[in-house]
Ligand binder design. Sequence first.
Ligand code: FAD
Length: 335
Amino acid sequence: MLPLAGRFRFARSWVVVSVAVWGGKLDEKGDGVRITVIGGGVVGLSAALRLAQREHQVTVLSADPLTDTTTTVAGGLIYPRHAEPAARVALWTEASVAEFHRLAEVPDTGVRFRLGLVLRRVERPVPPWADAVGGMTRDTSVSAPYVDALRFTAPLVNTGRYVAWLDAELRRAGVHIERRTVRALSDVADDTDLVVNAAGLDAGRLAGDDTVRPARGQVVHVVDPGLTEWIVDEDDFSYVLPHGQHVVCGGTEEFGEYSLEPDPGTTKDILRRCATLLSGIEESEVLRVKVGLRPHRDEIRLDREGDVIHCYGLGGVGVTLSWGCADEVADLAGR
Ligand SMILES: Cc1cc2nc3c(=O)[nH]c(=O)nc-3n(C[C@H](O)[C@H](O)[C@H](O)COP(=O)(O)OP(=O)(O)OC[C@H]3O[C@@H](n4cnc5c(N)ncnc54)[C@H](O)[C@@H]3O)c2cc1C
């Protein structure tokens, strides 16, 4: 049996030969290439949709139900906080914001644009991605402990609804979605020409990269009392993100913690902190408490290694960067 990389290389050369023999039937975008995306979170699903739109034959493998990934815990604010590499993050943000503008016009996506405020306790320059969201203003008239605030309109994604929409859209595009845990990249080698490793927290293990670790996050959903704006304390990691039916109150970021059990003390602390951002929110009825493990890596990995495209380590910005990364995955696949 050929080693993994060798088998993939063979598969790709088959496509090249086929282009030559069949002329117009297969084009340079790689029509007919079988691609397996490992991961049914926002990163894998967005990449899968882009790949299907470029007429690849796409299968998504997800260890968890699509309704039960870290993605469905996310507050859904498009806000690339502390993500690296900065220059690529700014470009990915720009591409994602453009796509979310389009999706905000499509029914049932769960995507809306809302005005909001990022409060900051420490003086910092306007972030490099400011142009990507556009229309950002800086307000220095805030009171202590804050030194300034950024006000801008950002996409706010109801991730539960959004994943349901992505699922339906993928099926409409002919993508096969399967519940399956992949133990090693070589597990899928026989059935596919190209692999996209978008397995979130497990992607590092699959790639032989030990730099991916969890950044545990807990959020509390309360009844939305009719809020029109979102608000974030960038330094305290507190946020109030209204979605119409519910408000996502957050949050926490605990590196190296794997527990998915909600912690009652943390729930209380989140509501206390959110009440300092928005007085009265602590009186809204608690609907549920959710925990997710962000797949943290000091720098996001998006590259191609033989016939494996790695796209992981998106930490707290997976929704934010999803479309920019998906476009790049599709470009790498079409090479
Ligand atoms: C509390 C909280 C709030 C957040 N808020 C925001 C926010 O406001 N904005 C934002 O942009 N981001 C936010 N995030 C971050 C965001 O949720 C993540 O960046 C994003 O979910 C990462 O997506 P992913 O597809 O890489 O991983 P995941 O969503 O974790 O999906 C990983 C997928 O891979 C599958 N998988 C794993 N291992 C295997 C395997 N071996 N075989 C097969 N399948 C496998 C899983 O089953 C799953 O389908 C938040 C996260 C948390 C926890």
